[in-house]
Design a protein around this ligand. Structure first.
Ligand SMILES: Cc1cc2nc3c(=O)[nH]c(=O)nc-3n(C[C@H](O)[C@H](O)[C@H](O)COP(=O)(O)O)c2cc1C
Length: 337
């Protein structure tokens, strides 16, 4: 059974990639993931605020009392709250590269153009096989338009991908007005792949204390549906790699993402809920399903349920929305009994 796939120009033994998460903070845990069958790993993101925080911490140490813009920065975690300091992050890339043979992907969430390119180069020098740009941002100011945000993102992708030789993937949020158009623009800007999608962690309100509660909930498998739709719509329209991220909890989820057009499938929550060994269960399930359905390689079916190839493309589009709403009826009391 041939599960191999090409992702970002890298040859992977199978499509299962460990998504950006704390898993690779420890070399031991990365080794266990490789043993369990992971085809590549993405490290947790290095945030530019973290780099700045380190510089401030250093400045504070050297010329205390220092912090000039304390108010503006006080909402971000302190230097000590970040898990991997920038230097540690680079050393961790080197340590992972020594310990495991599968590709190691560094993840970066910058804030300034210079910050993105500088750290992308450092990731590359430390040995990262690829760079994932975590384009998670929350634009809360009403005077910033979507087109400005997207233009900035394209500039970052263009600058970073022309500053490094390793492939650059872009992890997107699902909140773009025209995701297929933007994926195409990212391709033109030099991205080697797009990861669909990052998850936003939505804060809740505590009505007793009248507080905003930040929270991190692990994903549920129903979240995959949004990814399937956009993989299916985008995959026939671009030539770059696509990865699914969000809601892949079992072998059927992974297979669906591949049928919709993904080259790789990222997993995090299901491994945090179970253990790295759960990867073996997913891979065994994929092999079993493929053998029962007469497939011997992923390439035979990848993308065969995307918008171009599936039997009913309207199911992914507007027509289906209308049909589903129109078909829904509220049962009368008579029908209920
Ligand atoms: C504990 C935790 C830490 C994460 N850290 C990052 C991160 O640093 N950068 C990033 O891009 N995504 C991060 N993510 C998001 C995951 O990479 C992934 O996109 C998301 O969890 C959806 O995949 P899943 O359904 O397999 O969990 C994190 C997720 C979790 C649960």
């Amino acid at each position: 059974m041939n599960l191999s796939t090409q992702y970002l120009g890298l040859k992977l033994e199978n499509p299962l990639v460990i998504g950006a998460s704390p898993f690779c903070d420890s070399v031991d845990s990365a080794c266990r993931l490789q043993e369990a069958g992971a085809a590549a790993v993405v490290m947790r993101s290095l945030f530019e605020e973290q780099i700045e925080s380190e510089i401030r911490a250093l400045a504070h140490h050297i010329e205390s009392p220092a912090e000039s813009n304390a108010e503006a920065t006080s909402y971000f975690p302190n230097f000590s709250e970040y898990q991997l300091a920038p230097d540690q992050y680079l050393r961790q890339i080197e340590a992972l590269k020594r310990a495991i043979s599968i590709p190691v992907i560094g993840s970066l969430n910058g804030a300034r153009l210079g910050g993105w390119t500088d750290y992308a180069r450092r990731f590359e020098s430390a040995g990262a096989d690829a760079i994932e740009l975590n384009m998670y941002q929350l634009v809360s100011r009403a005077n910033i338009s979507a087109s400005e945000v997207e233009a900035d993102m394209l500039e970052i992708v263009h600058l970073v991908s022309s500053s490094v030789r390793v492939p650059v993937a872009v992890k997107l949020s699902p909140f773009h007005t025209s995701p297929a158009n933007f994926a195409k623009a990212l391709e033109h800007a030099g991205a080697a792949g797009v990861v669909l999608f990052n998850r936003f962690y939505q804060p809740d309100l505590d009505l007793d204390e009248l507080e905003v509660l930040p929270q991190l909930r692990l994903s549920e498998t129903s979240e995959l549906l949004l990814r399937l739709r956009w993989l299916a719509i985008i995959s026939p329209q671009v030539h770059i790699s696509l990865a699914a991220s969000g809601g892949v909890h079992g072998h059927e989820d992974a297979l669906k993402a591949l049928f919709a057009g993904a080259h790789a499938v990222q997993v995090v929550s299901v491994l945090l809920q179970n253990s790295p060994r759960y990867l073996t269960t997913i891979l065994d399930g994929m092999r079993r399903w493929m053998s029962e359905h007469g497939y011997s390689s992923v390439d035979e079916f990848r993308g065969s349920m995307n918008l171009r190839h599936c039997p009913d493309p309207s199911a992914f589009e507007r027509a289906n929305y209308i049909r589903i709403l129109q078909a829904w009826r509220v049962a009368t009391p008579h029908e209920k009994s």
